[in-house]
Write a protein that binds this ligand. Structure first.
Ligand code: SF4
Length: 323
């Protein structure tokens, strides 16, 4: 089993296939434009697959494809097909904003994708546009129902809750997910490097979210999946599904997390300059293995969000292209 410098087992691998996104969610990418990673820096599907195979050999059981928005990377189904064929991999899933899902679901499902997480912060089309700047709620709903029609399960819906923005959407989202058989996951609004003007006043805590839902639909806590998932899950007492809350701010779960790796596209030297990132590097045994000549230099193995926070900060570099 692969462990990090804090001896935490590494069972889950997040693969960021691109840093680009077709949305500009106010809490994540608030600027109009960013200086994107040079495509030459991004691992090819072949390189990702070879590295993923090695991670699986070292004990990784689950791979999640993320971005940015992973579906903006061309021919993602080709990668899904390669990864779903890896012996020993128990779970392959995709986190997406859903905008391109309806048009790509057929190829993805044929390639072996079996489950998906889709972000949807509100069911109000105007608010959705305000929150994502470029998003069209109808397209996302089309994507969600296309995934259901294609037989993907479970379908998890993610919503970041920000006080005064979409805290009044908690119950409508719960009702939507109960009606259609989706699993709703609420995420506490968190700082991503100050560019989203985070303040604790905007935070709606897990406690508050759960109380609001339980008042209408009684809940029973079931805990974290495998004891290490970021979400604390609850079942509805009436048996109509479940919800979860990811309390990154009020109940940080770093010590039990098993998904601290991201295999991405940044020079490794960037990561080792930070003690937090360096702590997340895997053991020497893995680093010394010959996955791909030179590829080790191109892998970023990072703590969740560490690089993203840097990227999302309003630096002169980040705003250069927005002018
Ligand atoms: S939250 Fe997701 S969809 Fe929104 S800008 Fe960030 S990566 Fe894109």
């Amino acid at each position: 089993m692969l462990v990090d410098a804090y001896k935490r087992p590494i069972r889950d691998l997040r693969i960021s296939v691109t840093d680009r996104c077709n949305f500009r969610c106010t809490y994540c990418m608030p600027l109009d434009e960013y200086e994107w990673i040079d495509k030459k820096e991004i691992l090819t599907f072949e390189e990702i697959t070879r590295l993923a195979r090695l991670f699986v050999q070292f004990g990784v059981e689950k791979i999640r494809l993320t971005g940015g928005e992973p579906l903006v990377r061309q021919d993602l189904a080709v990668l899904v097909k390669k990864l779903s064929a890896l012996g020993g991999l128990e779970d392959l899933c995709l986190t997406t904003n859903g905008a391109l899902l309806a048009e790509k679901i057929e190829s993805l499902s044929q390639a072996g994708l079996r489950r998906v997480n889709i972000s949807i912060d509100t069911l109000d089309a105007k608010k959705f546009k305000r929150m994502t700047k470029r998003g069209d709620l109808n397209k996302v709903l089309e994507g969600i129902f296309a995934a259901k029609k294609a037989g993907l399960a479970p379908i998890k819906l993610n919503a970041v809750i920000e006080r005064g923005v979409n805290d009044d959407d908690i119950l409508p989202l719960v009702e939507f997910s109960r009606e259609h058989g989706f699993a709703m996951r609420f995420i506490e609004y968190m700082d991503v490097g100050n560019s989203n003007n985070w303040t604790s006043a905007k935070l709606v805590s897990k406690k508050e979210i759960i109380e609001k839902i339980a008042e209408r639909y009684p809940l029973k806590e079931v805990g974290r999946d495998r004891g290490s998932a970021p979400s604390v899950d609850y079942e509805f007492v009436d048996g109509r599904g479940d919800i979860g809350v990811i309390a990154s701010v009020t109940e940080p779960f770093c010590s039990s997390c098993t998904r601290r790796l991201s295999l991405a596209y940044f020079p490794r030297s960037d990561m080792t300059s930070s003690p937090v990132c360096a702590a997340a590097l895997p053991t020497k045994r893995f680093r010394n293995s010959s996955a791909i000549p030179g590829a080790a230099e191109r892998i970023a193995i990072r703590r969740n969000g560490s690089r993203r926070s840097k990227r999302r900060t309003t630096t002169p570099r980040a705003i250069k292209k927005s002018k």
